[in-house]
Design a protein around this ligand. Sequence first.
Ligand code: SAM
Length: 302
Amino acid sequence: MSERPTSAPPAVAERAAADLVRLLARDLGPGLHVVATPIGNLGDITLRALATLAAADIVYCEDTRHSRTLVAHFAITTKLRPYHEFNAEAERPRILARLAAGDRIALISDAGTPLISDPGYKLVRDVIDAGHPVFTLPGPCAAIAALSIAGLPTDCFCFVGFLPTRSGQRQTRLRQLASIPATLVVYEAPIRVAASLADMALTLGDRPAVIAREITKLHEELIRGTLAELAHRFAGSELRGELAILVGPPVAAEVSDADIERALAVALQTGSRRDAILSVTHQLAVPRARVYNLATLVEQGE
Ligand code: SAM
């Protein structure tokens, strides 16, 4: 085995510390600073995030108890205030007033990048409308982290966030997504993984998929398979921890009339004629009129 050149750890630490000291000495501009924080591994905090959280006049977060662990770890003493879906309407005007007075305000969420399936969109929109500066402090995001190691196409992807919790609504949403030529990135709660995988297999067809679990944490795991395989493997079970489901794009193969007829026959076993036509249209990404005409021909026995 070849000898690995190593940089001296104290030198790395000194350089990082010097950069942080330099960042801490800089004036933070007035405005809203949207700061990404780790998704499970505190080592993923960025130097700019630390400097911004330390220098801000106030840090808005979803849950002050949760975020206190993060700031306390780095000896940051900036005051924390909650900004979450239940107090957002009341808190936004106060934040805008503080920005108008020239405050430097940081926004974080419980984990990862604010606004990505987390609060903050309306705040950023209103801050922009009011003419105040908005800065981004990029960093961890579960969707991007999962994409970077899933081994599915990354040239075009569609961030879906959380799917509806009820199966009917979930299937409707999935059908809307079925023909998008992109890798889908879905956030899911452990309790609903099995049901979601089953609905995905039903509505999206048997595409390659990856469950990315506990990324950056001790029990990080990537589980690969087709949607049908994963749905079968996890039927009735619950996966622990935080996870994202990634689904490869639909295969752009030529769809024959026989393919459509076969898919129609399957869909008609569980759904009405109308639902079957809709489902096959989305599943195979073909024009609805073509599916409708074939369904009619089959019924007429032609
Ligand atoms: N803002 C966050 C981001 O940038 O990724 C997402 C917040 S959302 C409320 C939380 C969801 O993100 C979890 O339910 C899970 O689907 C996904 N997630 C967060 N951390 C994760 C991790 N370490 N591994 C896998 N998925 C994660």
